[in-house]
Write a protein that binds this ligand. Structure first.
Ligand SMILES: *[C@@H]1O[C@H](CO)[C@@H](O)[C@H](O)[C@H]1NC(C)=O
Ligand SMILES: *[C@@H]1O[C@H](CO)[C@@H](O)[C@H](O)[C@H]1NC(C)=O
Length: 396
């Protein structure tokens, strides 16, 4: 991670917002709300560090996993994501198209992939739904050589993020005997400010770190018309908000900063949701002198504990996970879920990228089949299908 300690405060509330229609909450917003809640969990344990997450990356991965889940595992995913099942695929598909529309083509790219152990047989609907909704292709990968497997994944990620995310996974998180699948999402964003900052106006200024220290950092500056204003949390903590739009008109960076220096970000973050962001977009445009650090920051997040805290627990538990819609041959569970994200802000605009992965492994102990209750038996001639004997045993 690059050491830009003074910028920690800023980056934590820098969110890239995609405009949404007012009205009913969309699955896209629900997915982002989950990501914001994950972020809220993470910053609690890292109040003084840079934290960067991609809500959309998390939602995409969970969306892919949900197609393979069944029973309570699926219920937890859909409950926490607040997805109602039948229409969600169609809407996600439509939104994917909107976010990556021709107008945004050079700006946002997303790629999803399922890397499966060579020869591993996947349930067909899992493959087709992921292809249909997430454009996710299945590739086969030999996990026995952990170095080669992690390098294949990292190469794929690096390519899809145009070099921004390197080394998403290390060989030690792959189990050469038990790893069956890796689901991966990569996202890349490049936006040019609609109103650029002049390089000659960039000057070193003081930035007050959360640790009480003052740091000299390069700050961008411009006087221009922006949507901005101030608002407060329900418990009366005031903060300023500004919208910095990107060229093309559909993407913006929104920056929020508490008005009182004594108000920590942690007092504001729990009150932020997609609805809050939407409400910021109703602020009026006015002339504002903006001063914003020029920065670059990268962070890696283990998503397992935050997701468990939010109620997605079973999929991580080898005795409870139910991924029967991925395969019925073995019991799978998620051993790791990780995300790496990076952002660079300069006079010209912003580059940001993220990669998210979930690793599915088979249960290490053999599964059990205990006939300790009444059972049925059939003696079958397999080549012809003839049943030679059958029975019910109530008293062995
Ligand atoms: C694993 O893959 C690496 C890199 O592709 C290769 O150099 C190495 O020889 C392989 N190891 C084994 C045991 O096959
Ligand atoms: C690299 O990424 C681009 C999209 O960014 C994609 O079109 C291309 O197929 C990828 N190449 C490889 C080798 O995966």
């Amino acid at each position: 991670m690059k050491r830009h300690l003074p910028l920690f405060l800023f980056t934590t509330v820098t969110l890239i917002a995609v405009y949404s229609q007012p009205g009913p909450v969309t699955p896209e917003e629900l997915g982002s709300d989950l990501g914001i809640q994950v972020f809220n969990q993470i910053v609690k344990s890292k109040p003084q560090e840079n934290v960067i997450v991609s809500p959309r990356g998390i939602a995409s991965l969970l969306g892919m996993l949900q197609f393979g889940a069944d029973g309570k595992t699926k219920k937890q995913l859909t409950t926490v994501m607040r997805y109602r099942m039948h229409d969600v695929s169609k809407i996600l598909k439509k939104n994917n198209k909107a976010i990556m529309s021709r107008k945004n083509k050079d700006i946002v790219t997303t790629a999803n992939a399922v890397f499966a152990k060579s020869g591993f047989k996947l349930e067909m609907p899992f493959i087709t739904r992921n292809r249909d909704v997430f454009h996710s292709e299945v590739r086969s990968l030999d996990f026995e050589n952990r170095t080669a497997a992690s390098s294949t994944i990292n190469q794929w990620v690096k390519n899809e993020t145009k070099g921004m995310i390197e080394n998403l996974v290390t060989p030690d998180i792959i189990d050469s005997a038990l790893t069956r699948l890796m689901l991966v999402n990569a996202m890349y964003f490049k936006g040019q400010w609609k109103s650029r900052f002049q390089p000659e106006n960039t000057k070193k200024r003081n930035f007050n770190g959360p640790d009480g220290k003052v740091y000299q950092v390069p700050m961008l500056s411009q006087l221009s018309v922006f949507r901005s204003g101030f608002t407060s949390t329900p418990n009366g903590l005031w903060y300023n908000v500004i919208e910095l739009p990107y060229h093309g008109g559909s993407l913006s960076m929104l920056v929020a900063i508490p008005i009182e220096e004594s108000t920590p970000l942690s007092a504001i973050i729990p009150h932020i949701s997609t609805k809050t962001l939407q409400s910021w977009m109703t602020m009026t445009q006015k002339r504002v002198q903006v001063i914003l650090p020029k920065f670059s920051a990268e962070a890696e997040t283990d998503l397992k504990e935050p997701l468990k805290n939010l109620g997605i627990t079973d999929m991580f538990d080898q005795s409870k996970a139910n991924f029967a819609k991925i395969t019925r041959a073995e019991h799978l569970h998620v051993s790791h879920m990780l995300q790496k994200a990076k952002i660079e802000v300069s006079e010209d605009g912003t580059k940001a990228s993220s990669a998210t992965t979930a690793i599915l492994i088979a249960r290490s102990s053999p599964s059990w089949f205990i006939a300790d209750r009444p059972f049925l038996f059939f003696i079958r001639h397999n080549p012809t299908g003839a049943v030679l004997f059958m029975g019910q045993i109530n008293k062995p």
